[in-house]
Design a binder for this molecule. Structure first.
Ligand code: NAD
Ligand code: MG
Ligand code: MG
Ligand code: MG
Ligand code: MG
Ligand code: MG
Length: 331
């Protein structure tokens, strides 16, 4: 059984006399900074001069300074910048302030695992990776719950890296949901695989394929949207609460018969073979290399595909349908 930690395994006191710098104020950054602050810890936010997030962070009651200033002041430096920018910012604005005994933290292992950031051996390096989007890290904390996290220690120079990491996880609400012990390698490879094959890439292509199949057969796009997109969350919520069993209890027996008989014709042996290939390309660094190269040349493919996806009929129909559901916030 994997090692899991909860509230009573973590002591916030470990961070009581320390200053924590949160670098970046995006999806994860705003959530970590506000949660740690609300947990009573000393938090500063590091941003670029002129960043539009500067005012947002100040309005949330946080101290903001440049990345270098924050790195100099802090005992624990959490890097919540985009993965593809972390190495450059670390080398130019953070590294020189990481004096012996300080701690460097990440929410994803990409830069350590693929050797883009190589910290000096006299600092602690750990990861607290929430297994959920940043906005849920904030929302669940405010509700008294928490997004489960992974913890990993890459370097333990002080002998306290694990305890500092656990206190950090408690401060963002992670220990309420549970914290799973892992390694940088396991987190990096499983996180990339999950978002590519299942959670993001897999799910969006599955929805799109279903939507297109119905629309091409002459059904109304609105019907196709409800069946293949809108209802997904309702079904996934049941799985999230009680596994496949609870979801199948809730759906009709007709739906369960179709589910059990037909699913295997959609996710075929060929799909599984391709999943294995996708995993191998993550493990051997092919994906990391492609993504870093794509950024070096100004993201031509990333931008072209993002544009095409935005223009898909499914996004237009969806926007209209969602505008009639006022409880769904506009994004
Ligand atoms: P993001 O893109 O939402 O936010 C990045 C922040 O960094 C922004 O505030 C941006 O203004 C700032 N920034 C960008 N370049 C900068 C620079 N040169 N100097 C200073 N600030 C700069 O990023 P994110 O999605 O929150 O991801 C942060 C980290 O968290 C990544 O390692 C990611 O893999 C990890 N993570 C993200 C999620 C998620 O829900 N988005 C989930 C788990 C882990
Ligand atoms: Mg994003
Ligand atoms: Mg993830
Ligand atoms: Mg990820
Ligand atoms: Mg139905
Ligand atoms: Mg049933």
């Amino acid at each position: 059984m994997a090692k899991m930690y909860y509230d009573s395994d973590a002591n916030l006191e470990v961070l009581a006399k320390k200053t924590i710098a949160i670098m970046g104020y995006g999806s994860q950054g705003h959530a970590h900074a506000q949660n740690l602050h609300d947990s009573g810890l000393d938090v500063i936010v590091g941003l670029r001069e002129g960043s539009r997030r500067w005012k947002q962070a100040e309005e949330a009651g946080l101290k903001v300074m440049t990345v270098s200033q924050a790195a100099e002041k802090a005992d624990v430096v959490m890097i919540l910048l985009p993965d593809e920018k972390q190495a450059e910012v670390y080398d130019t604005q953070i590294k020189q302030y990481m004096t012996p005994g300080k701690a460097l933290a990440f929410a994803h292992g990409f830069n350590i695992h693929f050797g883009q950031i190589i910290p000096s051996s006299d600092i602690d390096v750990f990861m607290i990776a929430p297994k959920g989007p940043g906005h849920m890290v904030r929302r669940t904390y405010e509700e008294g719950a928490g997004v489960p996290c992974l913890i990993a220690v890459h370097q333990d120079a002080t002998g306290k890296a694990h305890d500092i990491g656990m206190a950090y996880a408690k401060g963002i609400g992670g220990t309420r949901g549970g914290v799973l012990q892992t390694t940088f390698k396991e987190e990096t490879e499983t996180d990339l695989f999950g978002e590519q094959a299942v959670l993001c890439g897999g799910v969006t292509e599955l929805m799109k394929a279903g939507f297109e199949t119905l629309v091409n057969a002459g059904y109304q796009p609105e019907s196709a949207y409800f069946e293949c997109l809108h209802e997904m969350k309702l079904i996934v919520d049941l799985i999230n609460e009680g596994g496949f069993g609870w979801m199948r209890y809730s759906i009709s027996d007709t739906a369960q018969y179709g589910d059990q008989m037909i699913g295997k014709r959609i996710i075929t042996d060929e799909t599984r073979k391709e999943m294995k290939k996708v995993l191998e390309e993550i493990q051997d660094g092919t994906f990391a290399k492609n993504w870093l190269m794509e950024n070096k040349v100004g993201r031509p493919q990333f931008n072209a595909i993002a544009r095409r996806e935005q223009e898909h009929q499914l996004e237009k129909v969806g926007a209209e349908i969602r505008s009639m559901m006022p409880w769904l916030k506009k994004h």
